[in-house]
Design a binder for this molecule. Sequence first.
Ligand code: ADP
Ligand code: MG
Length: 617
Amino acid sequence: MFAGVIDFINEYLRINAIRRMLSIVTVRKSEIAGLVFLAALFAAFEGVGLSMLLPILQYAESGQTAITQGSGVIWSSVGAFMRVLHLPITLVVLLLLAFVPILMRQVVFYLNTWYSAVVANRIGVRMRMQTLDAVLDADPAFFDRHAVGHLVGIAVTQTEAAGEAILAVVKQLSVTLLMVLYVAIMLALSVPLTATTVAFAVLVALVVKRSITRIRDFGVEAANVNQTMMAKIVERFGLMRLVKMRDQKRAESQRIAEYSETMRAIRVKQARLGARIEVLADPLLMLSVFITLYIGITVLGMTLAQLGLMLFVITRLNAKVKEFNAGRQTISTKMAGLLLVQSTTADAAASNTIRRGPIVFTGLKDRLMLDDVSFDYPQSRTPGGEVLDQATPVLRGVSVEIPAGSFTALVGRSGGGKSTLVELLPRLRDVTSGTITFDGVDIRAFDVGTLRKGIGYLTQDAMLFNETVRENLVYGLDAEPSEEQIREAVEGAYAGFVYELPLGLETTLGDRGVRFSGGERQRIALARVLLEDTSILILDEPTSALDSESETYIHAALAKLHGRKTIITVAHRLATVIQADQLLVIDDGRIIERGTHEELIAREGAYRRLFESQLLA
Ligand code: ADP
Ligand code: MG
């Protein structure tokens, strides 16, 4: 029985949900104190104002004698107050006394609404930043698992819901205080009638319980549909050319229409449940008023003044009961978004495994070594915890020595593990076993930020922002480069064409660089890498998607750097890397041949076969 009551209170006040919410959201103590203070102050003024109604009603009923006959807490405190201030007991004074606290209450209401908005929005921003920070800190592997649109939805929409959920909790707090206050006033008037009213409020809570649970379930569903829809829209917009080429406009809009339709249906169901709660609760609450009236008049023989005040308070209490139920609905609905934010943030935090070491990386001076390096793509899990893939072994026992200033080329069949191997060097992924050392220092001992900044990294995708050429070139540089340095890098990358544009370096690239050809974009990207002036350059098939003219430019640029920087390039076309100091043939996660072009041709093995097949092509 006792446990049942505790359970009921817990469920009614949604204490567990709120506690869970507070464990996810950081709310400062000062904010809680401020909100509680304002809510309490509001309730206090409301209480005083309401309590003043009884003396007024009694005065109206029986004039001055009300004071002498009037008993109870309310009259005695009013009487005492008036004696201290030497106020005459007249109707006007009593009315004024009741009106002042109501005015004060409105001032506090204003402050409370304002401060609640401040706190709720602060919390929303804080949640968003927490989530974004966790996501930005997550390992690259995290982004293999989550669609961009999903992350956008979490960071923008769902964190907003978190702020709203907290706002609802805060409102709930002041509503609860007011309910307590009304019950206290009613207790002062009549205990049995209070018991009746409270019993009805509990009955209402029981009746609407199921509807509120269902509203919560719909909230979860709505949040999930919203996330899926967001992810799909972002994905499809990113591949607009394919959508156009397959003439899929209708199919795509149909798909979004289906999500919207699901969403609409959920929203309508939620609204219907809300209406049902209202419809069920209202008659019950009205009934409680009638029963109070009946008991008050026939059984308790209350005075008109007492009964009047009682009814007045009950009506206000009932209004708060309804508000409270509405608050429970809102919390239930918004909670889903909050849980999504939490699970994504937790997943991001859990995939933040690449730790910063203490040593600042200042460039490769002697040699880079891989010693018996193996790498498995880890099992990935959905935010729900189910295993998506088994761990995939990709690299096996790779050992290689790369002297500083040398030119190394990785070649071999697609899927052999070349991209994975070069991603290990800037620690975009960490080795599963074995070690990678730069000048004898394990790369895990370096501050990963300085390590990555110390490596120029160019892939098939030029990685350009929808910003000006200049902004793309200087992105993430510690010091603003001079115009000469920029020009030198741009010309070194054969990207001088940007100076011939009407706006020069201030030309905006357009989304994903669409205003330039693939070759031009790649040369801008190379200029960025050259501007960084790092001792190590990693290139992962930078020219495989380019025309042969652009390819020639890029290789000419690299040839000029030969001997000055440590260059590691993954090459598809072998003709472009025959001058390499060292060629590594990678197949199925292992180095199967190594040497210079001449040595490997002489060996008549895999490299030679590959080379000859390309000559024929
Ligand atoms: P290459 O660059 O030589 O073509 P990759 O390093 O890209 O090869 O891929 C090597 C292997 O790792 C492939 O079999 C590929 O399927 C697998 N692989 C690549 N990326 C991932 C990933 N994010 N998760 C799981 N497996 C992956
Ligand atoms: Mg690759």
